[in-house]
Design a protein around this ligand. Structure first.
Ligand code: BT5
Length: 310
């Protein structure tokens, strides 16, 4: 959002302010103030003008300006009502040299999971991709999947939903999937060039509209319709804050929310199946499993929590 527009909103949210006062405060012309106010109204902000000046009477439910307004993270939002995949769009932006942009969509027509699985993305969900260029080696990229999982789980918990994390990338309520993460990157041997972290969180979505091949849930079906803007902003702020701390702090935050640790698990890796008890997570996201043949460290795979009897 244009910084002047941000300032206008912040000012008139606090107290009614006249056009001339805004012009003087922001050192712009009255005509420019009027133009910005009209622009903000077009973006869906309800701005009343009364004898004592402009006041902010309402903010749009969702969309780019709504998400940028009051967001406590230095991220630019690119919003689409509909797009094939926010991860695809973020990759194009990466190729064009952009960074610190979040692509957000109300619905995706070609949402993707890992291994090219489909990700159902009906209207009402939070579908977004964060593009950044952290100065890290490619091997450290899985850390950002953990950061995203913690951020999504915290945002869900903030909305009153008892979300936990299943290694490596599922946020669930009980055994029902609430959110998934798809991290993609491009890089050289020692340094990544860009990183795209895609997060899909079923917010105001009817689970009937989600695929039935594995149990799924949404914030709406757990606690009723939520303020999608507030949830998405919390998610972005948590992501931003956590992505600036060191790996051990990220591990600690993940352990606190993980349902996988202490469970008997079966992990399908690209090469083999490992069964045992998940005992710990190590940076950058390696699961440590105690098997009959000793401790195994697994960097990638699909994980099932087994019932104790198995
Ligand atoms: C994931 O894959 O969980 C990663 C999902 C990432 C989606 C985000 S949305 C924004 C961004 N743009 C994209 O195009 N993608 C990212 P995976 O672990 O492979 O899980 C995929 C499986 O989850 C599917 O095979 C279904 O069984 C199930 N599934 C599909 N859509 C779902 C949904 N909306 N909610 C819960 N489960 C779903």
């Amino acid at each position: 959002m244009h910084p002047t527009r941000k300032q206008i909103l912040t000012t008139i949210a606090e107290r009614p302010t006249s056009g001339p006062d805004l012009a003087a405060e922001l050192e712009i012309s009255r005509a420019a103030v009027w133009n910005h106010v009209e622009g903000l109204r077009e973006d869906g902000f309800e701005i009343e003008s009364q004898s004592d000046g402009y006041t902010l009477a309402g903010i749009p439910d969702y969309g780019g300006p709504a998400l940028e307004y009051g967001l406590d993270a230095p991220l630019e939002i690119e919003y689409h009502d509909e797009i094939d995949s926010t991860n695809e769009r973020a990759r194009t932006l990466a190729d064009d040299g952009h960074s610190d942009v979040v692509v957000v969509a109300d619905r995706q027509t070609g949402g993707r999971g890992r291994l090219d699985r489909e990700w159902a993305s009906p209207s009402g969900g939070i579908w977004l991709s964060l593009l950044s260029r952290p100065d890290i080696p490619p091997a450290s990229a899985p850390l950002y999947t953990l950061v995203a999982a913690v951020a999504a789980a915290r945002a869900a918990r903030d909305a009153g939903v008892d979300a936990t994390i299943k290694w490596p990338n599922d946020v669930r309520v009980g055994d029902r999937k609430l959110a998934g993460i798809l991290t993609e990157m491009e890089g050289e041997a020692d340094r990544i060039s860009w990183l795209v972290v895609g997060i899909g969180l079923n917010a105001n979505v009817d689970p009937e509209d989600l695929p039935g091949d594995q149990p799924a849930t949404s914030l709406q079906s757990e606690v009723g319709a939520v303020d999608r803007r507030a949830v998405a902003q919390t998610l972005l702020e948590e992501f931003w804050t956590l992505s600036t701390v060191d790996a051990e702090e990220i591990m600690a935050a993940w352990r606190e929310l993980a349902s996988t640790l202490g469970q008997r698990v079966r992990v399908e890796t690209p090469r083999e199946t490992v069964v045992g008890e998940a005992v710990d997570i190590k940076a950058p996201g390696t699961l440590v499993v105690e098997t009959e043949d000793g401790l195994r460290e697994i960097t990638a795979g699909d994980c099932d929590h087994l019932r104790p009897a198995e």
